[in-house]
Write a protein that binds this ligand. Sequence first.
Ligand SMILES: [Zn+2]
Length: 135
Amino acid sequence: MNPDKSTLTFEQDPLAIAYPESREFWVAAEMGNLLLKTCDECGRAHWYPRTLCPLCGSERTQWKVGSGTGTIYAFSRSRRMDPPCTLAYVTLSEGPMLMTHIVDARAEDLKIGQAVSVQFRPTAEGRAMPFFSTV
Ligand SMILES: [Zn+2]
């Protein structure tokens, strides 16, 4: 997703430098996969990704490819943003909830509980950022 080599490489990206443990996530995102940290101890996935499981405290966590699907828990149209955007909490099929943007849909057409799936769009820094759209 980074065909324009004028953007930063991963090694030049300030976010990647600050959080090297996130590298696997961003590499997978480049390939269209949403990784979730999953705990080997309690078996549950969590979001935001952490080294320690926030649900049981175990250090035995690993990245797993998530389904990339979920449902809208809540959403709000932000008209102050330019261009306006729709912020949402999405409950992933694996259980965790994340804050994201809903793209390619009008806020007035969205409903709580509506099915969504992940899609990745490039950031100015060249990262593939997960967003969600209706299915
Ligand atoms: Zn756990």
